[in-house]
Design a protein around this ligand. Structure first.
Ligand code: AMP
Length: 397
């Protein structure tokens, strides 16, 4: 795997795909700088080597139309402050003017291009557009994990014009490494904790992961499809009846493969979906009519704790309960705490995909786990066992 470490950028122009798709407030001020900070190490390496950096990104979904609301110029000042170098901006991303600005860049300088998605050619993976982008740099770096599952011009197609002169940035390399640590080289016992609302959105992940893990904790809303399929009473809990045969099939496959599945044995049931609902702890297969399971119960959490503490590799995707509502956030917080404890005792823990990252940030666990992925969809597709086009393009010679 070729990374930015394998190159010296002295007098070179690095064309780097970053993910500066950051949230802005109504005054176009950046409200979360994480993604810019995450791209900083790669940019600094280029500059310290004596090279220059040409940054390309998308922002929002302008759908092929130039629209100043989505201009990357809004983030230029914040990017300059974070990187510690003045980031120059050019109001386009292809064409003669842009080629001129890139050619005139001096070592140590940084140029930010305008939003790639002002052109439909970007998301269409247009070959001529990619070729125009390729003229801007000597070495291509992909450091945008968040879009690595898209075969867009700047994330995938452009790579073919760089021959050997292409590599992963630090951030993307770290993401690939973290996923490999769970899916390929993880120290046993390997545990996956899958939560969230629906079985249907996690099926492919579960199927792929059964070959990689020793233990699988199933939590959140997914629980009830499994419990009902096993003949339990789930009251008004969320359930996908049409996925019950699949749930049984998963349980059977897990047994055949020697994977231990841990389902909630008790839950916090509520008489409605609100913070001031009446609640009671009940067995997960004896939920009364009119009540719905919205969080894991105390016996369940004690079981989960035992498994988490004995695991050496942990993947966490999806909340354990309705964490957005305080009354039902306890299970998700508890699991975060157990992962913290296990990580401190030497386990490798990866959190990624969709809402789990939001939950981890909300409860301040981001510095307590080994790695929090920056890519929602890209992470989910990796866990499903898919090859991401943005990664394949760098590996191709
Ligand atoms: P996902 O995007 O699949 O990871 O699902 C995340 C959503 O699942 C969150 O918004 C949670 O509130 C929701 N969720 C977790 N547990 C339950 C539950 N027991 N009943 C309903 N929704 C749940």
């Amino acid at each position: 795997m070729k990374t930015i470490e394998d190159f010296n950028f002295e007098n070179k122009k690095a064309l780097i795909r970053v993910d500066f798709n950051v949230p802005l407030d109504e005054n176009f001020k950046v409200t979360d700088t994480n993604r810019i900070e995450a791209a900083k190490p790669s940019i600094i390496k280029i500059l310290e080597d004596g090279g220059s950096a040409i940054l390309m990104s998308h922002l929002g979904r302008p759908k092929g139309v130039k629209n100043s609301d989505f201009s990357l110029e809004h983030i230029c000042r914040t990017a300059s402050e974070i990187i510690g170098v003045e980031v120059k901006f050019i109001a386009d991303c292809v064409g003669e003017q842009v080629e001129k600005a890139a050619a005139e860049l001096l070592p140590g300088e940084v140029l930010l291009l305008e939003n790639l998605r002002f052109y439909n050619e970007e998301t269409n993976g247009d070959i001529d557009f990619a070729k125009q982008l390729s003229k801007l740099g000597d070495i291509y770096i992909n450091d945008a994990f968040g879009t690595a599952h898209r075969a867009h011009a700047s994330t995938t197609v452009v790579a073919q014009y760089f021959g050997e002169n292409k590599c992963f940035g630090y951030l993307l390399a770290k993401e690939i490494d973290a996923i490999a640590k769970v899916m390929q080289t993880g120290e046993k016992p390997v545990l996956a904790i899958l939560g969230g609302a629906k079985v249907s959105s996690k099926i492919t992940i579960i199927e792929n992961i059964l070959d990689k893990v020793d233990h699988l904790i199933i939590g959140g809303g997914m629980t009830y499809t499994f419990v009902k399929a096993n003949g339990g009473q789930i009251g008004n809990s969320i359930c996908e009846d049409d996925k019950m045969p699949l749930a049984l099939d998963i349980l059977k496959k897990a047994e055949e493969k020697g994977v231990q599945i841990h389902l909630p044995v008790d839950v916090i049931a509520a008489d409605n979906f609100s913070n001031d609902a009446k609640t009671q702890v009940v067995d997960s297969n004896k939920i009364p009519e009119g009540w719905q399971g919205l969080d894991a119960g105390p016996k369940t959490l004690a079981n989960f704790k035992e498994v988490i503490l004995k695991s050496k590799t942990i993947l966490w995707n999806g909340p354990i309960g309705v964490f957005e509502i305080e009354s039902f956030s306890n299970g998700t917080i508890a699991v975060g705490n157990y992962i913290d404890e296990s990580t401190q005792a030497g386990a490798f823990s990866l959190v990624g995909g969709g809402d789990s990252v939001a939950a981890v940030k909300q409860f301040g666990f981001q510095n307590k786990v080994s790695y929090v992925s920056t890519g929602g969809g890209a992470m989910l597709e990796s866990l499903e066992g898919k090859n991401l086009p943005g990664i394949t393009a760098i590996l191709a010679v």
